[in-house]
Design a binder for this molecule. Structure first.
Ligand code: ARG
Ligand code: GLU
Length: 653
């Protein structure tokens, strides 16, 4: 009997670590996780990760631009992020004479570094729980309107008090757990960020769309920037007088590498997750939203590809657009598959059933059916909105005539004409006429087919503009407000349901959904089984790049220098990328991947597509983040960029 109890206790202890790789934790509350992190291998304390008074690792991390992460690697403001995060800036500096996208770019001294107007980086100065201040004056019986107005007023006051323009301090207040908790974030925002280096795309984007979201992966997905400040270290607009920013903290770059089983953590800015949603929300994504959007994008990508394959010029015009359409398209495929495989809908339904049994007679009773009803009302309307977005809004002609930002040098009319016919047709067939403006119905009757309507629209800008205005007007005036109204009720109900879930499972450690602010995810280096009888090991090498190398295939055509270096011998085992179990999402691109001592071992840039349902539910068996091994970055700087001087300012260990 006793032995059995011990065996069960041991089994439970054994089971816990596997579960615990899930989570994106708040740095300011990391003391609640630190014992678990240490038991798995971390050799640092909570104060080393996040401290208000002393320099800590958080001071070496930035939100890069509007949706990526970057990390400081020298005390002269040198910063690493992904190639795909720097892509737009590298492109802006590129021309036919200096094609930095194709050939790479390396500043050989400070004077050659290239400024990027509009690019900012934000350091987190501090974060603070301000829930009680946000709720100050709220009375239980208050109307929703009054309540919202007061919350807004309180938030504005908190922000005003915390922000300080003269020091470059910007503040924001974010709701966590659907408004059960509020945090103030104070950032220092730097505005002079210069491009220092980028590998050629044949390294930085090696594998292209073919390998995107996949393992085995061999992408050298990094670019290098430098932050500049005024002479006192404060944020300043670009000026020749600015000096390299001296950060409070920068990362030690480890050259020791990783192996299977090693503890790692990712410290960055995950954008958005929905871990606590109702089964109906998941069902909609799995059965409606993902499959329909995938099908629409398959059509669009097919049209683009047909013309891109015929012409080098068109390929250049559309490669960036193709990449962004393909990126979510591929992610959704993995997500849909993962949700089904994990039976997330029935598992959530069973959870909701036991939640309701527990909630009987309490304030939480009936919340799950209220949510189901709200989704039943919202889903058809939201579906129409998503359809409009994926079809009508993808037509460049309509974008151009309505004056939305568009670069005409990247326009190829045959692609757009074919897209118009395919997308308006899909929009028309999928949706009830009540989701279409009268003008559209009129023109449909008048021309008889979308092909005929297309001919008319492309021959007459006034007609194109009328059509665009009718569709946009209808959606923004009729559909979007309805979705917003329902979303407001859904969020309010989630606020109670979230509180209920926490009361229902008091032993469980909850983490708030991602919101593009700093989080810590931790796990270990590990491979995975993508399918029966297949195991993927977690480290890729230069050998694999040479195996994929093929001058005939654009995605796999590596620079000749790399072939020559490989031929010299000795580089077969040069590590390139590795897998780990860290729970990450979009926005984590460019995040520092750290070892047990907090040293930089990699740069996060992707997840495996079989595990992308981790935005809704994390499965430790299959959810993996993909990182660039920092040793490949060092190799590329030296051997391809011949910019080894950059290593002198790094703290290599
Ligand atoms: N999948 C990665 C992310 O979500 C990389 C995207 C850029 N690369 C690409 N081949 N499209 O951002
Ligand atoms: N590539 C993604 C990004 O840009 C990260 C991949 C993901 O985990 O979604 O943030």
């Amino acid at each position: 009997m006793k032995i059995r109890t011990i065996a069960i206790a041991a089994a439970i202890l054994w089971a816990l670590p596997a579960l615990a790789d899930e989570g994106m934790w708040l740095p300011a509350l990391i003391s609640e996780r630190i014992a678990d992190m240490q038991s798995k291998g971390l050799r640092l304390n909570a104060e080393d990760l996040y401290s208000v008074n002393n320099a800590s690792l958080k001071d070496a991390i930035v939100l890069f631009g509007s949706g990526c992460t970057g990390e400081l690697v020298s005390d002269e403001g040198l910063l690493f992020t992904n190639h795909h995060c720097g892509y737009g800036y590298i492109q802006k500096h590129s021309s036919v004479e200096h094609d930095y996208l194709k050939d790479g770019f390396w500043a050989m001294n400070r004077a050659q570094e290239l400024p990027n107007p509009g690019l900012t980086v934000k350091f987190l100065d501090r974060m603070e729980d301000v829930t009680s201040e946000v709720f100050k004056g709220i009375k239980p019986k208050m109307s929703e309107e009054k309540r919202n107005a007061l919350i807004k007023k309180n938030i504005d006051a908190i922000i005003k008090k915390a922000a300080d323009q003269s020091k470059g301090l910007v503040a924001q207040v974010n709701a966590l757990y659907y408004g059960n908790q509020y945090f103030l974030y104070v950032f220092r925002e730097y505005r002079d960020v210069r491009l220092v280096g980028a590998p050629p795309s044949s390294i930085g984007k090696f594998g292209g769309e073919t390998d995107n979201w996949m393992w085995p992966r061999h992408t050298g997905d990094f670019s290098i920037f430098r932050i500049y400040s005024d002479k006192d270290g404060n944020p300043a607009d670009y000026s020749e007088d600015n000096i390299p920013y001296k950060p409070k903290k920068s990362f030690v770059v480890s050259t020791k590498g990783v192996k299977e089983g090693d503890f790692t953590f990712v410290y960055g800015c995950p954008g958005s997750t929905q871990e606590y949603v109702h089964s109906e929300a998941v069902r909609y994504i799995q059965d409606v939203s993902d499959p329909e959007k995938i099908a629409l994008r398959t059509t669009r990508l097919g049209i683009m590809k047909k013309y891109m394959d015929q012409s080098q010029a068109v390929r250049i015009q559309y490669s960036s657009k193709y990449a962004s359409v393909a990126n979510a398209w591929k992610k959704w495929q993995g997500e849909e598959k993962g949700l089904r495989k994990n039976k997330v809908v029935p598992v959530k339904q069973a959870y909701e059933k036991s939640f309701e049994e527990w909630a009987q007679g309490s304030a939480y009773e009936g919340l799950t059916s209220r949510l189901a009803n709200l989704y039943a009302a919202r889903n058809p309307i939201y579906r129409a909105y998503e359809y409009y977005n994926e079809t009508v809004r993808s037509i460049e002609k309509l974008r151009i005539v309505s004056g939305r930002p568009f670069d005409m040098k990247d326009y190829y009319r045959p692609i757009d004409e074919e897209t118009f016919v395919a997308m308006t047709d899909a929009f028309d067939k999928a949706l009830d006429d009540s989701y279409k403006p009268a003008f559209f119905l009129e023109k449909r009757a008048q021309y008889g087919s979308m092909k005929a309507l297309k001919d008319a629209v492309f021959a007459d800008d006034a007609l194109a503009k009328e059509l665009a205005d009718a569709l946009d007007g209808f959606y923004f005036e009729n559909i979007v407000p309805k979705v917003r109204e329902l979303d407001k009720s859904i969020t309010l109900t989630y606020k109670e349901y979230m509180k209920g879930q926490m009361a229902f499972e008091p032993q469980k450690a909850f983490y708030p959904d991602a919101n593009l602010t700093l989080r810590i995810a931790y796990g270990h280096v590990e491979g995975y089984r993508p399918a029966d009888a297949v195991y993927y090991t977690p480290v890729s090498t230069l050998r694999g790049i040479i195996e994929k190398d093929n001058p005939e295939i654009f995605d796999y055509n590596i620079p000749q220098t790399l072939r020559d270096i490989y031929a010299r011998g000795g580089y077969e085992d040069q590590p390139v990328c590795f897998l780990a179990t860290n729970h990450t999402t979009g926005g984590n691109s460019g995040s520092p991947v750290l070892n047990a001592d907090g040293q930089l071992i990699g740069i996060n840039f992707d997840r495996v597509w079989e595990g992308t349902m981790s935005d809704l539910v994390y499965d430790p068996e299959i959810c993996r983040n993909i990182s660039l091994d920092v040793r490949y970055l060092l190799f590329v700087i030296q051997e391809i960029g011949h910019a080894g001087y950059l290593l002198d300012e790094m703290n290599l260990y």
